[in-house]
Write a new protein. Sequence first.
Length: 204
Amino acid sequence: MDEFKPWPERIVRQNPCMNTVLCAVLVPIVRIDGEEHVVFEVRSSKLSWQPGDICFPGGVIEQRDASPLEAALRETQEELGVGLPHIRVWGPLDYVESPVGVKIYPFAAQLDTTNFVVSRGEIDHLFTVPLAWFSGRKPEVAQVELATRPGPGFPAGLPVSGQAGWKKRSTYNVLFYYYKEYKIWGITAQILDNFLGIRAIINT
């Protein structure tokens, strides 16, 4: 038998099977009267996808973007009208593989201005929440069920092809924060919760 030789070290990458859209967002922190606030966008009611939802600046990573961070910065400039000199990036957060069909790369940053020029085609308005408001406050958690069924043209003769309708597979958690009249939930709440956790560890 040949002498056993382990493979050389390699970077482990994701082996994707989900047809997800790659996106990037920025979690913007500003100072208002000496207090740190998180900036949120309320999406325009005229948008076809998630109208009226609360989100962070960001969007699809385009071919012209050299990296997810570049996409997040580009989208922030377009949506908030903030130039790069006013954005100081702390670093990346954990990326999110969402069951709704997107993979999101979030970044946390400090903005040294609140003089925003909002993109009215995408954003109805902005609001901020003091970071101190989240201190010791846990999000509410609900669950969504996931199910599968064969798509059109799925090869016959395989076990999955005999399914009739949807088959429940699993569940995933959905987080909710309620601030005044705003409901911060879903992916935005998940990214926010991750940011708060990372920030707490770094600042200890």
